[in-house]
Write a protein that binds this ligand. Structure first.
Ligand code: HEC
Ligand SMILES: [Cu+2]
Length: 362
């Protein structure tokens, strides 16, 4: 677990954009809540699961996991305090404006001039200091409770590696490697099975943020971070890379599938299988093209790691890190020219003949 002081330094260094830091700086949450009610970007909403219909799938106001719940409670507290200050200040202001407005009886004399009042000045210094201390302590408590959570033996471990512009997921103890769509088990509050994520980056800074599951944590090269989630509901939870990382940052979407324990175990078993090699012509094209330098496919000589593992590509609902649904037409368009819907992606158009594109797509 990271030390508290270190986090603050790391976070402070990176506090460069408007609403980005709402998670850790409670006092700013009130300002930020207005901006960050949900992640902008219609793409995020476009592939929401039917289960989420009607509910904004990225809303910070419907937490389903302990860290997200603590942050939500804290932001409501901060919002309440800010609202009270707002009401007092604007109440006094409105009172003064009405009470001391210029009337027809005004005789042109200056009002009484008051120079200094120790009592008043003490009051408007001490009260705000106390409010800030309370907000600081409340925030520190939430940060500490999330960071110091005990790591139970039955926790699922996932290593998340941010790449420009996709996510790699490794389950070291389960022997599974996948990309872009994270599967984790639901956690019954009576018998928690949380998932601990180790966050790494292959290139530049990224940030993992699925608002209904947890706060935002950055993936920084050479500085492993950790976070954990314990979703109480099954379903699909969406998010987005939350740290600008390059041209296609906006199409670096996060999809977390929270499965029942049985579904999760079944998914793990299926992911462990090598790729089926029914379509042999496409396989030949794949193997004699540079595809193998960048992509791994279990059970074949392809062991590239620059791009996503394609072993169980067809078990995923989307391609290009949530950029498009995984349909035959999109897959074909992608292989022909990834920039057709993800300009700036790090996969080149391979210039295959139509015949070869068709074969690989199969
Ligand atoms: C220079 C390295 C490189 C080569 C060569 C390459 N790819 Fe890719 N590929 C990538 C990267 C990087 C991504 C992820 C792009 C993104 O989402 O931003 C990707 C993504 C994909 C995806 C989508 C995977 C997913 O889960 O979203 C498919 C399918 C794919 N490549 C197939 C191929 C095929 C077929 C070939 C050979 C014709 C090939 N690639 C050649 C780097 C490469
Ligand atoms: Cu990113």
């Amino acid at each position: 677990m990271r030390g508290f002081g270190r986090t603050v330094i790391v976070e402070a260094k990176k506090a460069n954009t408007h609403a980005e830091r709402w998670v850790l700086s409670g006092s700013r949450a009130a300002v930020a809540v207005g901006f960050v009610v949900s992640i902008p970007g219609s793409a995020v909403k476009a592939f929401a699961a039917p289960a989420d219909a009607g509910l904004n799938p990225t809303s910070i106001f419907s937490p389903v996991s302990t860290p997200a719940q603590s942050i939500f409670d804290l932001s409501i507290f901060v919002l309440g305090v800010s609202l009270a200050i707002f009401l007092v200040v604007f109440g006094l202001l409105a009172y003064a404006v009405v009470k001391f407005r210029k009337t027809s009886a005004h005789d042109g004399r200056e009002p009484a001039q008051v120079y200094g009042s120790t009592q008043l000045e003490l009051a408007w210094t001490v009260i705000p200091v106390l409010i800030v201390v309370v907000l600081f302590l409340a925030t520190a408590r939430v940060i500490a409770s999330i960071q110091n959570a005990v790591h139970p033996g039955n926790a699922i471990e996932v290593t998340v590696i941010g790449h420009q512009f996709w996510w790699e997921y490794r389950y070291p103890s389960l022997g599974v490697v996948t990309a872009n769509e994270l599967h984790i088990p639901v956690s019954d509050p009576a018998h928690p099975t949380p998932t601990f994520l180790k966050l790494l980056s292959a290139d530049t800074d990224h940030s993992f943020w699925v608002p209904r599951l947890s706060g935002k944590t950055d993936l920084i090269p050479n500085h492993p971070n950790t976070m954990w989630v314990d979703p109480h509901e099954t379903g699909l939870f969406l998010g987005q890379c939350a740290q600008y990382c390059g041209t296609q940052h906006a199409k670096m979407l996060l999809r977390v599938y929270v499965d029942s324990r049985e579904d999760f175990d079944r998914w793990i078993q299926a992911q462990k299988q090598p790729a089926s090699d029914a379509v042999s012509e496409g396989r030949k094209v794949f193997e004699r093209t540079a595809c193998v330098n960048c992509h791994a496919v279990g059970g074949t000589p392809a062991i590239g790691h620059f791009g996503p593992d394609l072993t169980h590509l067809m078990s995923r609902d989307t391609i290009g890190s949530g950029a498009a649904p995984n349909t035959h037409i999109n897959l074909r368009a992608w292989i022909q020219d990834p920039s057709s819907f993800k300009p700036g992606s790090k996969m080149p158009a391979m210039g295959l003949s139509n015949r070869d594109v068709a074969a690989v797509t199969e």
